[in-house]
Design a protein around this ligand. Sequence first.
Ligand SMILES: [Zn+2]
Length: 61
Amino acid sequence: MKADIRVCSAWETAHERPRYTLQDRCPDCGADTENSAPAPYNPEDRYGEYRRRVKRRERDA
Ligand SMILES: [Zn+2]
């Protein structure tokens, strides 16, 4: 099982920047942490499709 990088759920109010940790609780403020894994869809694929569409349009112009 790969390590899940988690992020403090209260970092926006408790810290100046996202507080990443591997623990269930933020070591700094004690708030719960949430999984920082990316969304289920693959954004790279969406942008790839967008880029391909733009290229196609430029060729037609
Ligand atoms: Zn925190």
